[in-house]
Design a protein around this ligand. Structure first.
Ligand code: NDP
Length: 338
């Protein structure tokens, strides 16, 4: 059986990627900061899949050398998903940038040393659509790169993703030559959560559903279902023509108020925020609700993009954004999180 190493195996997107790989007959090994999470992870995967699943989990931290060589032993493909994606931004951007960049390089160097054929790395739309200021193209795609140095149009998180992706491409074009690299650059990922330990992107659902904001901040989000992101990771690994390519993965762009309308129609008994929140008020609210700091660079902006390449090369037939929103919400209700 062909063995695939999935880093950050406990994560939201990684869990779905693991299932997509298993469904296609691959043997999966995962990494987590602590291998003691294996039992819980396998129980979660098995419960969601409705069949017994048992993957091997090994310890490897993005900030430490230990464990990476052992993790890569016997592996044909690397799926590198681990990267810090916090609910609340740290004061020092390096708390995200260093593990993202150095962790990616640790994983890629270990892959190269082990003779891995191809690495698929989960980058982000954050590496494409940020830091452009007034010169942002009206339709963004894989040819575009964010400018992480323009801190007004970035957060520490978006900077960490662009810096890490750039370092990965530089590596395979230099010392890492011979290791194939493909990046997946998703917009905000929604869809079914397998456990209550949810990714920061699901705040798009939990914030309004828990009525944590008085009205909707003036924001738009590109949305993609996690099940499509998982399929994109597998196709990026398998398709010969995907080597050396970036793929922007996303369905529709929706206003936050439109997400609210979808939720209000589906859950009429819930009290949800109404209307649009002035941007100055959002900035003030960050004092009491620090999670909102992540969205300050987004206020009033619409970053449109094309998903044509992912449909053409990876064969993704996108689950509509509305379905992703409702799948997230239903799963969080079932898990007792909402
Ligand atoms: P999760 O928070 O669910 O998963 C992140 C994973 O990264 C966790 O498994 C965590 O492992 C691991 N991780 C964090 N810090 C470290 C570290 N120092 N060492 C080792 N592992 C670490 O997030 P997602 O599933 O949403 O994100 C997965 C990837 O997708 C990330 O690279 C993220 O940037 C990217 N992405 C996500 C988007 C989204 O909307 N969710 C959009 C675009 C890109 P542990 O169990 O050890 O904590």
């Amino acid at each position: 059986m062909t063995k695939v190493l999935v880093t950050g195996a406990t994560g939201f997107i990684a869990s779905h990627t693991i299932l997509a790989l298993i469904n296609k007959g691959y043997e999966v090994r995962g990494t987590a900061r602590s291998a003691s999470k294996a039992e819980k992870l396998n129980a979660t995967l098995s419960q969601y899949a409705g069949k017994p699943i048992e993957i091997e989990l090994v310890s490897a931290d993005l900030t430490q050398d230990e464990g990476w060589a052992e993790a890569m032993d016997g592996v044909t493909y690397l799926q590198h998903l681990a990267s810090p994606i916090p609910n609340n931004l740290p004061k020092d951007a390096n708390e995200l940038i260093i593990p993202a960049r150095e962790g990616a390089l640790r994983a890629l160097k270990a892959a190269k040393a082990a003779g891995v054929k191809r690495a698929v790395m989960t980058s982000s739309f954050a590496s494409i659509g940020y830091g452009w200021g007034d010169s942002r193209p009206s339709v963004l795609d894989e040819r575009h790169w964010s400018n992480p140095d323009n801190i007004k149009d970035n957060t520490a998180y978006t900077r960490s993703k662009a810096i890490a992706e750039k370092a990965a491409w530089d590596y395979v074009q230099g010392d890492g030559a011979g290791l194939e690299l493909t990046t997946i650059n998703p917009v905000a990922v929604l869809g079914p959560a397998m456990s209550g330990d949810v990714s920061a992107s699901l705040e798009l659902i939990t914030q309004p559903m828990m009525n944590k904001v008085p009205a909707f901040p003036k924001l738009t989000f590109g949305i993609v279902d996690v099940r499509d992101v998982a399929l994109a990771h597998v196709a990026a690994m398998e398709k010969p023509e995907a080597a050396g390519e970036r793929f922007l993965v996303g369905d529709a762009v929706l206003k936050f108020t439109e997400i609210g309308d979808i939720l209000r129609a589906a859950y009429p008994d819930r009290k949800l925020p109404k209307g649009e929140l002035p941007s100055w008020l959002v900035k003030m609210l960050t004092l009491v609700n620090p999670t909102l700091k992540q969205i300050v660079p987004e206020l009033g902006k619409e970053r449109s993009y094309s998903n044509e390449k992912s449909r053409r090369v990876l064969g993704i037939d996108y689950i509509p954004a509305k379905e992703a929103i409702l799948a997230s919400t239903n799963s969080l209700i079932d898990l007792g999180e909402l």
